[in-house]
Design a protein around this ligand. Structure first.
Ligand code: ZN
Length: 324
């Protein structure tokens, strides 16, 4: 597609902006304790806000109350189907959900009847991603409880033409980015506003654990709120660095050179252990074990924090096992 054709196609797609994606939707069930309990069990969320006579539903359940289940909804608009068909015709036959954003306007409580409407909010210009080239389609769902605005759920998909995959063994395959050791670079951690402080600590060789200032419960990984009491207020404690292996797995396949032993090049490409380490402070984190061969890692193995310089721009907290 030339640039001009691409612009004209985007104009046709943009004509769908503002048109309905779903109208007069109705939740299949009223907000109810059973679904709230199942959600909390699946998420491991023990907050007392979600049980008892004054229970509210976890805010992130917003979309759950609007889902059609296997039998689907009958309220999907013809405009949304037409938009998807137009993209199909242009070869954008694959779809992947990329992200969602939610805004909460009022808590949902058992008994609330949920209704909603959704609109096609935006269709992006043509974009090329690792998956392929296509368009992001964002829908905005306005969710109501007993007729009052309760929240907004934005949902984004990428409708795309899959990128051709190089055949196995062909030299055309792009080479992965390499670290200074010649091995492929490790994937970078995803740093966001919720965990920025943790990675700031790592830079100073501190392993920082969040601690709820309301109920003193420590937590890891970093989260915006306390799972025990829901308080958003927290400070940090620096881990002593002492811990034990709580559980572990040994990765055999597929070989992933970026994750093989850095200390002993002879082991490059070989199996490696991924451990769940229980820190003395009571939280657990997933990390690598150094100083002990992968087949000598055991549950209960005492370990001590150290920082592994992986490459010029990446340093990671890992745990040194006491060999013996
Ligand atoms: Zn707390």
């Amino acid at each position: 597609m030339t640039g001009g054709e691409s612009d004209r196609f985007h104009e046709r797609l943009r004509a769908f902006e503002g048109r309905p994606a779903a109208t007069a939707g109705r939740g299949k069930d009223a907000v109810n304790e059973a679904m709230i309990r199942h959600w909390c069990e699946a998420m491991g969320d023990t907050s007392p806000a979600y049980t008892g006579p004054d229970a509210i539903a976890p805010p992130t359940m917003l979309q759950a109350w609007t889902m059609g289940g296997l039998s689907g909804h009958t309220d999907r608009s013809s405009a949304y189907d037409e938009l998807l068909a137009l993209l199909d015709d242009q070869g954008c036959t694959s779809v992947v959900a990329t992200d969602c954003e939610q805004e909460y306007l009022r808590p949902l409580r058992p008994g609330d009847e949920v209704t909603f409407d959704a609109v096609i909010e935006s269709v992006s210009p043509r974009k090329t991603t690792k998956l392929g080239t296509g368009h992001f389609v964002t829908t905005r769902m306005n969710v109501r409880a007993n007729g009052e605005p309760a929240g907004i759920h934005r949902f984004r998909i990428l409708k795309y033409a899959p990128a051709a995959r190089p055949e196995r063994g062909r030299e055309a395959r792009p080479l992965p980015e390499r670290g200074h050791s010649g091995a492929p670079s490790r994937p970078r951690p995803v740093i966001n506003r919720d965990n920025q402080g943790f990675w700031d600590g790592v830079r100073e060789h501190k392993l920082l654990i969040q601690r709820c200032t309301a109920c003193a419960t420590p937590r890891f990984p970093w989260l915006p709120g306390c799972n025990a009491c829901s308080s958003p207020d927290w400070d940090t404690v620096e881990a002593s660095g002492a811990g034990t292996v709580f559980s572990y797995v040994v990765m055999h396949h597929p070989p992933f050179p970026a994750f093989t032993a850095h200390e002993d090049p002879a082991e490059a490409g070989g199996p490696y252990a991924v451990a769940l380490v229980e820190l003395a402070e009571g939280v657990r984190m997933i990390s690598n074990i150094t100083g002990v061969p992968y087949d000598k890692v055991r549950i209960g193995l005492p370990v001590q924090l150290e920082f592994l310089r992986v490459d010029d721009s990446l340093e990671l907290p890992v745990f040194r096992g006491e060999a013996g």
